[in-house]
Structure formats: C-alpha cells, structure tokens
Design a protein around this ligand. Structure first.
Ligand code: FE
Ligand code: FE
Ligand code: ZN
Length: 294
C-alpha cells in the first residue's frame, strides 16, 4: 500500500487533532510534524484529551500511528561538542523523545548535525556519544536523515551514516530517513534509484530505512544546496520521483512530502493527487492557489 503524507502543523489549540485534520484535508494516510517550532525550544504541554480525540479520528480513517513521524527541531546539533551547546542538544532531544512517547509516535527524524570545523571524525564521535545517552532511556527510534552536504553537515553519504551505526551502543534503536532532494544534492544518481538502494544494501542499511522524504530539488545533482522544490518542478523531475515512490523495495515505508508552500498555501493535497494518478500536472501551482482562495 502507498503510505503517503506530508509535513503538517501542530498548533497550540488543537495539537495532534489539528495535525490529523490537516492530514485528512490532503487525502493523505500518514503525516509528519514538529512538536513545536523547529527553530526554538518553546514547547506547549501536551493535552491528553486531544491526543485521544486525534487517535480516534485516525482510527476512523485508517491512519496507523506506526507510520506517523515526528521531526526533531533542527537547532539540535549533536556533532558540536562545545559543552554548553552539546548539553543543550542532548537535553532537548531527550525531551523530544519523551514527547513522542507521550503522543504514541515511535519514530523521530533527526539531522545528524554539522561538525562546524571540528572535522568528521570528532563529529561522529560526538554524535554517537550523545545518541548513547539519549537512546539509553527511550523507546523512540531515532531516524538519521541523509543530508545534502551543505556546509559541514554529517550524513552526506551512507558511509558516514554507517560509521554512526557501527559506533553506537544501541544500533537497534537507530533507523534511517532518506530525503530525495538531499540524496540528489549530495550527488547520488537518483535516476538509477535501484543502484542507490544497492549501495545501502551493501552497507547492510537498506532494512534500516523507515521513512523517505519526497522532495524535488531546486538545484543540480551534487550541488550540496538543500533547497526543496515542488514535485515535478525541480531538477529531479516527476518520473524519477514516481519511480522512487513506487519502488517495490520501498513498499510500506512512509513517504513524506516537505515541498514548499505556494505563497501561503500548502501544495500537498494536489501533489498527493498527482502522485496517486502518476500524472504530472503542470498547472499544479495555479490549482493550489485557486483552491485556497475560493
Ligand atoms: Fe529534515
Ligand atoms: Fe527532509
Ligand atoms: Zn532538506
């Protein structure tokens, strides 16, 4: 079954219930959210009743919570060992894992971090030490996202991810989140996605892939830029993305859109429609605007 959804909001008033309602408005059957703003540490207390209401609604619409993903805030940087920043990142990540447990989501996507001049080796050691602390007392699985290689990002290739798996104490609590824009920007040939999956298989990592971010890219293969584009409007292109989404080796793995809004409007309802129809609609952006302005 195609498990597809998008990034949705998680707001103060309706919390998870609002996220589910937004998901349903897109015709999606899964979703991803931040439990608060990705760029700051303000976190609202969770409302248990709203969580229960949300789960009831999910059940009515066959949304399996095991396919739902939380994204960790991107201010967390486990690669930077600078003591005050490192402690902050670990503490905040622990808190996010706890929030996942309270909500009932079992997978948290995390950017491995940026080495900010420390070099890859030190960064990987920092990341692993931090993950050992965090994973020691949570049931949440942390999915390391493969990155575009912008700046000093760790996770620009599968080998770096593999080094983390090799060094951590609890590799069974670690998974991988692929991102099509990041893979292309990192230089992987996403047109030949089976070769990319073969690379993962050789490193014994294919079975670790638990989520895929589906984004087109504004930039050429190997650009290391990380700027997402709407499905079919970027340098990856519609056919390649469809081939990835429907690749048999990736069945039952949640596919999550993180494509940009059209002005102030979310494109997801229409992008998901294109994906289900396997047919590109060059009028997508106009349709999004017309839909939300009516
Ligand atoms: Fe991400
Ligand atoms: Fe992503
Ligand atoms: Zn990105």
């Amino acid at each position: 079954m195609l498990i597809i959804g998008s990034h949705v909001s998680f707001k103060k008033d309706k919390q998870l219930l609002g996220s589910v309602m937004e998901t349903l408005s897109y015709g999606a059957n899964t979703f991803m959210f931040y439990t608060g703003a990705p760029q700051n540490t303000n976190r609202i207390p969770l409302n248990k009743e709203l969580i229960l209401d949300a789960k009831k609604l999910m059940k009515e619409h066959n949304i399996d919570i095991n396919n739902v993903i939380v994204h960790a805030p991107y201010i967390i940087n486990l690669a930077n060992g600078d003591i005050s920043k490192y402690d902050f990142s670990i503490k905040f990540l622990k808190q996010e894992c706890k929030r996942c447990e309270e909500i009932g989501v079992n997978k948290l996507v995390l950017h491995p971090g940026s080495h900010v001049g420390l070099g890859v080796d030190v960064a990987i050691e920092n990341i692993c030490n931090a993950l050992d602390v965090v994973l020691a007392d949570t049931s949440t699985m942390i999915l390391l996202e493969t990155m575009a290689g912008k700046g000093t990002e760790i996770g620009r290739n599968f080998e770096e991810i593999k080094r983390i798996f090799n060094l951590v104490k609890y590799p069974e609590k670690l998974g991988i989140c692929l991102d099509t824009c990041h893979l292309s920007d990192a230089g992987y040939n996403v047109d030949k996605f089976d070769d990319v999956l073969d690379d993962l298989e050789r490193l014994d990592l294919l079975s670790k892939v638990k989520c895929i971010h589906i984004n087109d890219s504004k930039n050429e293969n190997g650009s290391h830029k990380d700027r997402h584009e709407n499905i079919g409007f970027g340098k990856i292109g519609f056919d390649t993305l469809i081939n990835i989404i429907y690749n048999n080796r990736l069945n039952n793995i949640p596919k999550i859109l993180e494509t940009p809004y059209i002005g102030e409007y979310p494109p997801y309802k229409f992008e998901i429609e294109m994906i289900r129809n396997k047919k590109f609609d060059e009028k997508l952006k106009e349709k999004v605007i017309a839909h939300y302005e009516k």
